[in-house]
Design a protein around this ligand. Structure first.
Ligand SMILES: Nc1ncnc2c1ncn2[C@@H]1O[C@H](COP(=O)(O)OP(=O)(O)OP(=O)(O)O)[C@@H](O)[C@H]1O
Length: 487
């Protein structure tokens, strides 16, 4: 039989086997001869070339960080995408972190590698969230790096950039404004990130015992602040407001912070300065906080270095830290310095972030470095003092549900002479649900406190009297010795 003879099955198989063997040998040789980084580069370049040449798609990548700080576009997408879950979405994250309420409504989040399709002005947009383990050789690392991948038609690229992305950011801003759940963050110094938990403090301005004018003053100040974005820009100042709350323990400094957070619907970042190793770390920590938040630094007088002026040598060392990470480790336990802190209050770094409230609290304003108290540093200095008649009436109304009582006058008179903190008053009012019992208990408490104060004042007087008599005796002795010597 003439004509073309087809290869048999066994010939084809042996050809395939020989080609596979050659391919394996070539691959092994290439793997041995070409370093891995170069191989990765070549394959990346090749796939990039072919996909851009043949594909009609365009891809935007939105990474979780942008120039070493949180990427706000990433955050916006993270808030926006769960609202775009469609019938073709195969998987979603579900949960909540309200550890006080198992029945709290669960929230949804985008899970890794799940495809979410959105439509906007006739365009089809395909999203996926990707993640990768971060290398562990850097001193500060986040465990996993995440990024959103957005695929659209190549011809839609500009419309996505100019219309769709701004639409996402606007929607996310609305979501953030209406946030129902507030969080309180604490800094995890071992893992270098802010840990959050649901913030559900019941304190509001209504429950806060304070002079009514002072309270209204704070509310007005806060409301004006959030409305003044344009004003801050015009006058060339960072959109920030600093409060220094000072006064004895139990006068409601922390309670006021909770009331402010609830009023503005701002998250709280509760920072322990003592836990921060250097100004370098402080910068990283503070740039990782988000807008529309409160940065709370309690007991600022106790954070040793931050209340002392720093030396020139220290300043130089800090710059070295940034350029040479090894240096950083050596000087890592310097702590935060005053200048490092001030840089964030009104220095160059103060402009990082918008709509921020910074609150310092202290029991001892006199211990703070004068630089921290200079005009313009903290915008509002607020003394939280002992309970006044108005404060007491408010607490009685809240704790006992009464607006007036025959014992009120007695308590108010006692409180004029004997200082009591709102915390002490509140504690007495909680003793019983019966107003009579609770109010009499408060009277008793105030009387006992008065006696204690008198006693301690008496002791003080006694000790100063003792001192005078000792000094007198010492002078007489010296006089006698002089006379003996003269004789
Ligand atoms: N002005 C206030 N109005 C209503 N409740 C108050 C007030 N001050 C204190 N309390 C009550 O006392 C408790 C303790 O008060 P808080 O922790 O706010 O005081 P503080 O001034 O922050 O104290 P410290 O200086 O010790 O941190 C609060 O949980 C609250 O119940």
């Amino acid at each position: 039989m003439g004509g073309l003879q087809l290869p048999t099955m066994s010939t084809l198989l042996s050809l395939y086997a020989s080609l596979s063997a050659v391919a394996m040998i070539v691959r092994t040789i290439l793997n041995d001869m070409i370093p891995e980084s170069i191989r990765e580069f070549i394959s990346w370049k090749a796939s990039d070339f072919f996909s851009s040449y043949f594909s009609r798609d365009f891809t935007f990548l939105i990474e979780d960080h942008w120039e070493a700080v949180d990427n706000e576009t990433f955050r916006a997408v993270q808030a926006y995408l769960p609202t775009k879950v469609g019938p073709d979405t195969g998987c979603l994250l579900l949960g909540h972190n309200d550890n006080n309420n198992l029945l709290a409504a669960a929230q949804t989040g985008v899970s890794v590698y799940t495809r979410i399709v959105d439509h906007f002005q006739g365009m089809k947009l395909e999203w996926t969230l990707n993640e990768k383990e971060e290398s562990k050789n850097s001193h500060y690392y986040t465990p996993k790096k995440q990024w959103f991948q957005l695929r659209c038609k190549r011809s839609d690229r500009d419309r996505v950039f100019d219309g769709y992305i701004p639409h996402i950011c606007r929607t996310a801003e609305e979501i953030f404004k209406d946030r129902e759940i507030l969080s309180i963050y604490t800094y995890n110094r071992e893992e270098f990130y802010w840990e959050s938990t649901v913030f559900k403090h019941p304190a509001t301005f209504e429950t806060l015992a304070m002079e009514p004018e002072q309270k209204q003053g704070i509310i007005d100040d806060l409301d004006l602040f959030v409305r003044r974005k344009e004003y801050f820009r015009t006058v060339g100042r960072a959109w920030k407001r600093g409060y220094l709350l000072w006064g004895p323990p139990g006068t409601g400094k922390s309670t006021l912070v909770a009331a402010i957070a609830n009023h503005l619907r701002f998250h709280i970042y509760d920072l322990q300065l003592q836990g921060i190793r250097s100004d370098f770390e402080l910068r990283r920590v503070l740039t990782a906080t988000t807008n529309r938040s409160i940065l709370l630094i309690e007991d600022v007088d106790c954070s040793s270095n931050s209340t002392k002026p720093r030396s020139v040598d220290e300043t130089l060392n800090d710059d070295e830290d940034e350029n040479h990470p090894d240096e950083k480790k050596r000087s890592s336990d310097k702590g935060v310095t005053l200048s490092g802190l001030l840089n964030f209050i009104d220095g160059l770094w103060s402009s990082c972030g918008d709509e921020r409230i910074i609150i310092f609290t202290t029991n001892h304003k006199e211990k703070l470095d004068p630089a921290l108290l200079r005009p313009g540093r903290m915008d509002v200095h607020l003394y939280m003092g002992h309970c006044t008649a108005a404060g007491f009436k408010l607490l009685a109304g809240k704790y006992l549900g009464i607006q007036d009582h025959v014992i009120f006058k007695r308590i108010e008179d006692l409180m004029l002479k004997i200082p009591a903190t709102p915390a002490e008053v509140a504690q007495q009012l909680m003793v019983s649900g019966k107003p009579e019992v609770a109010l009499n208990g408060l009277v008793q408490f105030l009387k006992e406190k008065g006696i204690e104060i008198e006693k301690s004042e008496g002791k003080e007087e006694l000790s100063s009297k003792k001192l005078w008599s000792l000094m007198r005796k010492w002078k007489n002795k010296k006089k006698r010795m002089r006379l003996v010597a003269e004789e």
